[in-house]
Design a protein around this ligand. Structure first.
Ligand code: GDP
Ligand code: ZN
Length: 296
């Protein structure tokens, strides 16, 4: 008896893929044809599996991916929560904006969460991100401020978290669902542990169709060189530029320094936050001279 099932890969270890289906979790191998074609099944992939008599299965088909990240490898992310703490470590708006742009570029919904608001108010960050039209939440794992709001944001979605080590991602996830029991702690200790481990992604199930992508030892998705946004796409990754970018004097305007740039004018008039535009210029200058192969 051979049967076909649909499911989602929640993790891959040593050539085995753990596929969750409606009724149970199956441990599967991938068909050799994937290796021949240079395709690697990823955590997050929606797949068709064929069951053998012994209850194990083979991944037969990978359904088209909505998106994927390369480092660490994970597919079909709906939402990226960019976590930054009000202090300790202090926020870096460029890193936040890079993560948001990478998400926008891959059609992943970005969300900004500012943590540790028991220590300081993060209202200046709210000003920046609400003005940009990006969902913004303030949370504290000490007072539980905002925990329920973030929890309801996760329902029915596959969510990845990003943010520097020590900003409180694991603490936040543990407040959202204590069953996760993620390790939390001092920055130096966690970095020491994480450095030499390969970064694998595992989808943690929080409820029906609700998953959080976790990289054990890190609990964060970091966006690196390969997820840089191309120069031509960058302006589309700043959603608040949208009403202005076609109003510039020159059609090829880079919105960094040109005369008659409607985006720059909106910055001057306070319609676009200076902090966001400053990040845009820094990112533009970083990618403008990169060659195709350097983006890979
Ligand atoms: P991660 O590296 O982003 O997963 O951060 P952790 O969750 O491990 O937290 C790093 C440190 O910040 C730990 O010492 C936590 O106790 C502390 N921390 C986390 N969340 C909060 C918070 O909301 N308020 C305060 N005051 N400290 C926090
Ligand atoms: Zn312009």
């Amino acid at each position: 008896m051979k049967e076909i099932r649909n499911g989602r890969i929640i993790k891959g270890i040593g050539g085995f893929y753990y596929v969750e289906t409606e009724e149970q979790l199956y441990s599967c191998k991938a068909r050799g044809v994937f290796r021949k074609k240079g395709i690697t099944p990823l955590a997050g992939d929606l797949v068709e599996i064929r069951l053998g008599e012994d209850g194990t299965g083979y991944v037969e088909e990978i359904l088209p991916r909505k998106n994927f990240l390369t480092r660490p490898p994970v597919a079909n992310i709906d939402q990226l929560i960019v976590v930054t703490s009000v202090c300790d470590p202090s926020p870096n708006t460029l890193l936040i904006d890079e993560a948001i742009a990478a998400a926008e570029d891959k059609e992943i919904e970005p969300v900004v969460v500012v943590s540790k608001t028991d220590l300081e108010s993060g209202e200046w960050l709210r000003d920046i991100y609400e003005k940009a039209g990006i969902p913004f939440f303030a949370v504290s794992s000490v007072t539980d401020e905002g925990i329920e709001a973030v929890k309801s944001l996760l329902k029915g979605k596959v969510t990845a978290f990003t943010g520097n080590s020590g900003v409180g991602k694991s603490s936040l996830l543990n407040r959202i669902d204590p069953r996760l029991a993620l390790e939390t702690g001092e920055i130096s200790q966690k970095l020491g542990r994480g450095r030499h481990t390969t970064r694998k992604v595992e989808l943690l199930k929080l409820g029906d169709d609700t998953y959080v992508a976790d990289t054990p030892g890190f609990s964060s998705i970091s966006l690196e060189q390969c997820d840089l946004v191309r120069k031509e796409n960058l302006q589309f990754c700043f959603r608040e530029f949208e009403p202005y970018r076609n109003q510039c004097k020159f059609p090829s305007c880079s919105h960094t320094c040109e005369k008659g740039c409607a985006v720059l004018q909106a910055v001057q008039e306070g319609e676009i936050h200076l902090s966001r535009h400053t990040s845009y210029v820094a990112m533009y200058n970083e990618v403008k001279d990169l060659k195709e192969w350097e983006m890979k």
